[in-house]
Design a protein around this ligand. Structure first.
Ligand code: PEP
Ligand code: MN
Length: 295
């Protein structure tokens, strides 16, 4: 039976001629194309740890979390100034003021900043501040947005749609690449599958990491926070992601001494937990490098 609109990995060299490993044999079977964000490199043996608040809520809250992220030894700061919320009546982010706060946090800590852009009309404005633009799960197939961020000449963090197949995800990345921007880092953030919502927010699909690595040369990282929705699961999920070959992590952190965050409080970890995750990531790098030397 022929079914319209069905694609599988065998079609990737055609639908993703710019990003498919098979269509671009210069990357060989294993090489990852390194994406650099202000000196931080995604796709070498050292995983990149990005951490920060879910949302930029205020100057005090963001700076407190940014300092904790810096003390914990993470590489980059995250934080949404524009938030995709299920209800239009909920806090939508602090917008322009939030971008300003992020740039102050970068100034103080030296950490490069990744932040989400949802509206194609705001790409230029967000790109003025962000070192890396995030396209969120809900917008993974917003093709005009993908084209616009592709033209922004900033590295892009492309989250996987929560119900997207590998081919749909890589097809979305190809829209960015088609504008001449290959500085794309993919991010697995959990998918909707039958038990999602029962004991965790989504289902963390770690199996997709080696699949991504075999189909494309782009780096891929994992978001254990949105994938699980449960703070206690973030540390083990981070370790598991690194064991599966993830090129990094993006993690939500809160400073609970300032009260509960407005968004996603149940998945936010504290500074001590982030410290342990960073130590695990650094030790993991050393282990991989030792194995490579021994081989
Ligand atoms: C986020 O990282 O702030 C976020 C909203 O994640 P996602 O798009 O994966 O739901
Ligand atoms: Mn969040």
């Amino acid at each position: 039976m022929r079914i319209a609109g069905q694609v599988n990995v065998d079609d990737l060299p055609r639908i993703c001629s710019l990003l498919s490993r098979k269509a671009n044999p210069r990357y060989g079977d294993q090489e990852t194309r390194v994406v650099e964000v202000r000196g931080i490199r995604f796709g070498n043996s050292r995983p990149v740890v990005i951490a920060g608040p879910c949302a930029v809520e205020s100057h005090g809250q963001t700076l407190a979390v940014a300092r904790a992220v810096k003390r914990a030894g993470a590489d980059m700061l995250r934080g949404g100034a524009y938030k995709p919320r299920t209800s239009p009546h909920d806090f939508q982010g602090s917008g322009l003021e939030g971008l300003c706060i992020l740039s102050i946090a970068r100034e103080e800590t030296g950490l490069p900043v990744v932040t989400e852009v949802m509206d194609p009309r705001l790409v230029a404005e967000v790109a003025e501040v962000a070192d890396m633009l995030q396209v969120g799960s809900r917008n993974m197939q917003n093709y005009p947005l993908l084209a616009e961020v592709g033209r922004a000449r900033k590295p892009i963090l492309l989250k996987r749609g929560m119900a997207a197949s590998l081919c749909e995800w890589l097809g979305a990345a190809e829209y960015i690449a088609k504008q001449g921007n290959l500085d794309i880092v993919l991010c697995e953030r959990g998918i909707k599958a039958f038990p999602s919502g029962e004991y965790s927010r989504y289902v963390l699909d770690l199996n997709v990491i080696p699949a991504v690595q075999s189909e494309t040369f782009l780096p891929v990282i994992v978001d254990p926070s949105h994938a699980t929705g449960v703070a206690a699961m973030v540390e083990p999920a981070s370790r598991a992601a690194l064991e599966f070959g993830s090129d990094g992590l993006i993690i939500e952190v809160a400073d609970f001494s300032m009260g509960e965050p407005t968004c996603d409080a149940a998945q936010a970890i504290d500074e001590e937990t982030l410290k342990r995750i960073v130590s695990f990531a650094r030790a993991h790098t050393e282990r991989i490098e030792q194995e490579q030397h021994a081989a």
